[in-house]
Design a protein around this ligand. Sequence first.
Ligand SMILES: *Cc1c(COP(=O)(O)O)cnc(C)c1O
Length: 215
Amino acid sequence: MEERIQAAARRAGRERHDITLVAVTKKFSARTIREAYAAGLRVFGENYVQEFAGKRPELEGLPEAQFHFIGHLQSNKARLVLELFHTVQTVDSVKLLRRLDAMAAEMGRRLEAFFEVKLSGEESKTGADERDLAALCEAAAQLDNIRVLGLMTVPPWSEDAESSRPFFRRLAELARKHELAGLSMGMSNDFEVGIEEGATVVRVGTALFGARPKA
Ligand SMILES: *Cc1c(COP(=O)(O)O)cnc(C)c1O
């Protein structure tokens, strides 16, 4: 994995340290996370609030671990998400943004966030419409407790990594337009294309840990 990330960065004329590998551990046990930490991974991505809440007590004593929420977030889970995660990559509405900010204020902490953008027409996908980004950015500028790092997207799944490239390119354009530096794009099947198109964050599960256990 490390070699593939470095090779993709070199191809794109980029520095390895500008790319964060988020190890996606949904459905894997706390033990797998601890082993990955021992192997040197530091940033972990989880999709399900309740599942992660169950594993969290077994993850004490990993001082440098950072947890990113990458699943669909309902506003009623905002408090729990703030208790469990450093970063939320899937903010897709002003309502959710404001709710997270208000909770963060109450809890005396700060949150880092990405706006999730839906660039395909797929019904099953979540994320903000790109036309809503201006409103999201304006709202974020008024808030004290959330720092928006960038944009995140999940293109339609395909065997062919190249089919993700236009979506990644579009996300990079949108980030430039809205003056956001972070780009979370690329999963097991297409993270190298993501890096070539400027990803600062790739989210990789299967290619690190194998097929997810059926939970
Ligand atoms: C599950 C998931 C990943 C990781 O997927 P893999 O194909 O296993 O690498 C990345 N991002 C999101 C949003 C996910 O839900």
